[in-house]
Write a protein that binds this ligand. Structure first.
Ligand SMILES: [Zn+2]
Length: 304
C-alpha cells in the first residue's frame, strides 16, 4: 500500500492521508474554526511550516499506532511554484521566494519523518485530483479556478509557468484591473477584486443578479466576463487541443455554461478542435488535497 499525505494551503490549511491514492480517514484543518479569515496571511513563514509539519506528523501516524510512515508528501499552494520553490504567492506574501520543499523536509526530519516533499500549484493539484477521481490520469485535464484570482491548472504536470489567469484577452487599453498590473488580462475582467474595482457601486454578486433582472450595463459585463473566459479557453484549445475543461472555485456560481459554450463556438471553428467538453465542479478541498498527494507519488516514480 502506498501512503501519501496531501496538504492544501489557501485561506486555510487542510491535510489528509491517502492510502493507495484514495482519501482515508478524517481531514485536518487549520485554523480548526473555518470561520476565522486572514489568519494565515499574517502568520510568519516559519510558523506556517511548523503547522503543516505537525499535521503531516499526525496523519502519518494514524494507521500504525505511533510509527510515522509516508511514501510521499504533496503540498498545494496558490502561485507560481517551480522545483519546490514558491516563486510568486499573491495570497500568502510571506512564502514568496521560499524554498518550501527544503524547509518542510527539514521540519519533518526533526519529527522523525523522512519522505520526499513535492510542492504543486493549487490549480494543477485540482487538475490532478480530478484526473485521479475520474480515472483519467493518462489524459490531458485542464481546470479553471474562479475565485479572487483566476487560476489555470493542468494534468499531467508540464514544466512551465502556466499563469492562464493572466493571459491577454483584450487589446482595450482601458482594461487594466488585473491585480498583477498587466493590461487586458483575463483576471482583470473575471477576478473578484477586479470586478469590485470596475463596479465601485455594486458588489460582484449584485452585478450578476442585476444582469439576470435585465439591467443593461450589468448584462453587458456578464457577457464580457463569459467572452473573456471563452477567449482564454479557445487559446488553450488552439495550443494544446480540445479535450475536457473543468470549472471550479468559490465563484464558479457566476458561470453559465451555455453562454460560455456559445461564445467558445464562435472562437473555435476548425473542426478537429471542436470536440471539447465543459464541466462545472463544486469546489472541495478534497480534490486539491488528493491531487497534491497523487502528484507527489508521480514525481517520486519519475525520479526512481
Ligand atoms: Zn494579470
Amino acid at each position: 500500500m502506498t501512503i501519501a499525505i496531501g496538504v492544501v494551503m489557501t485561506e486555510h490549511i487542510v491535510a489528509g492521508r491517502l492510502e493507495d491514492q484514495k482519501l482515508a480517514g478524517k481531514l485536518l484543518q487549520y485554523p480548526t474554526d473555518p470561520t476565522i479569515q486572514e489568519s494565515l496571511a499574517s502568520m510568519p513563514d516559519g510558523e506556517l511550516v511548523e503547522v503543516i509539519a505537525g499535521q503531516i506528523e499526525t496523519l502519518s501516524k494514524t494507521a500504525n499506532g505511533g510509527e510515522s510512515s509516508a511514501d510521499a508528501i504533496g503540498v498545494a499552494v496558490p502561485g507560481i511554484v517551480r522545483s519546490g520553490v514558491v516563486e510568486e504567492s499573491p495570497n500568502l506574501p510571506q512564502i514568496k521566494g521560499m524554498r518550501l520543499a527544503d524547509k518542510l523536509t527539514k521540519a519533518l526530519e526533526g519529527r522523525g519523518i523522512k519522505a520526499p516533499v513535492y510542492i504543486a500549484n493549487d490549480a494543477d493539484a485540482i487538475a490532478a485530483g480530478v484526473a485521479a477521481t475520474r480515472g483519467r490520469l493518462d489524459k490531458l485535464t485542464r481546470v479553471w479556478t474562479i475565485g479572487n484570482g483566476i487560476g489555470y491548472g493542468r494534468w499531467p504536470y508540464a514544466d512551465g509557468v502556466w499563469e492562464g489567469g493572466h493571459i491577454t484577452v483584450t487589446l482595450d487599453p482601458k482594461e487594466k484591473y488585473c491585480g498583477c498590473g498587466g493590461a487586458g488580462h483575463l483576471e482583470g475582467i473575471m477576478g473578484y477584486r477586479a470586478m469590485r474595482m470596475r463596479f465601485l457601486d455594486l458588489e460582484p454578486e449584485e452585478v450578476f443578479a442585476h444582469a439576470k433582472q435585465g439591467d443593461g450595463r450589468c448584462r453587458e459585463f456578464v457577457d464580457l466576463w463569459h467572452r473573456a473566459l471563452a477567449a482564454a479557453t479557445a487559446s488553450f484549445i488552439h495550443l494544446a487541443g480540445p479535450g475536457r475543461f473543468y470549472f471550479t472555485g468559490k465563484n464558479v456560481g457566476f458561470l453559465e455554461l451555455p453562454l460560455l459554450r456559445s461564445h467558445l463556438e464562435t472562437m473555435v471553428r476548425m473542426s478537429p478542435l471542436q470536440s471539447f467538453s465543459l464541466e462545472i465542479m463544486q469546489p472541495e478541498p478534497e480534490t486539491a488535497l488528493l491531487g497534491a498527494g497523487v502528484s507527489a507519488l508521480r514525481a517520486l516514480e519519475a525520479n526512481c
